[in-house]
Design a protein around this ligand. Sequence first.
Ligand SMILES: [Zn+2]
Length: 412
Amino acid sequence: MNVYTIIILTALLFEYVLNIVADLLNLRTLSTELPQEFVGVYDSSSYKKSQDYTRTRTRFGIIESTFSIIVTLVFWFTGGFDYLDQIVRNWNLANIWMGIIYIGVLVLLRSILSLPFSIYSTFVIEERFGFNKTTPATFIFDIIKGLLLAVVLGGPLLIGVLAFFQYAGVLAWLYCWIVASVFILFVQFIAPTWIMPLFNKFTSLESGELKNAILSFAHSVNFSLRDVFIMDGSKRSSKSNAFFTGFGKNKRIALFDTLIQRHTVSELVAVLAHEIGHYKKKHIVQGIVISILHMGVMLFLMSIFISQQELFDAFFMQNISVYAGLLFFGLLFTPIEFLLSLALNVLSRKNEYEADRFSVETIEKSEAMIDALKKLSVDNLSHLTPHPFYVVLNYSHPPVLERIKTIRTLKT
Ligand SMILES: [Zn+2]
């Protein structure tokens, strides 16, 4: 076995096992005793339902990741990567087109294999717990739109990366980085106005008590807000949320219609204040800067490894190519990507505390933030007492009880 085989195989298996361990530990934290904080908010039957939900989702996740790792390893060690490469090479196309087809076919295969899981998750699990509002038509159109978007946005980027690494010599990674950075900014910029409306309807919040409360809050914290959007989240799920996207004049705050239905005006202002907090504390800019730096490091490392004969040997390849190198490097990067995701989760959880703090310090009734968090947890059947190890691996937001505890200490 060569050194790349050992690194990649170990990383894949290690991450797989670590996630299973975290899942099992997390399942053991499900207790029937309702935390004191939620007495009167959760009734005993919906608290039990939330635990069933966590159990069901966890088991489903274990089955899915087991399937995924088996398929990957079988494809790898039966020489699938080379087999597909030989088929594509027989067509005698230019290198870049071979690359597009090679990667395109693998992406498509992956999507097809994950389709049954996605169908089961939406129409069986989410349905059983009363969340699913997706119709089969919406489900199918989502897939078609997603694929088209991948072709329209991802296609040109992939062509660019393949072309630079094929023809531009040692500085290819730098040119790629510049192009990819512009691409990241461009997508951020068009996301609120061009991409998201393909999937959801955004209507501006009508005048009334809520809009007045939101606008006067935004004014009080010097946040220029011309409009607030309602997103028809109920088209797919009864779960609720709020988010902030874009930057500059294109920035947009959207509240799910499901959120508006179930929360009071002061709770909604608290949630919105949290979102504005993310903006004010520069978390949005921070996120963009991190993804651009991440891209740069990855492209630089890729330029070192992409033509290593041994990396291709590890995948039983007869020919070296930029496109396959791109893919194999992606797998080689798995351990670094894993560590990076842990660090990003730490940062994200810290940012959530900061946004909570901003909200509590700027709204009139700080209790409203706590009430909103409680309602959100109940409506989304959140697990209230996750295992700390599971949180480290998977949570981008701190567990709700810790958020509430932290907010209470802020008040005093
Ligand atoms: Zn947040």
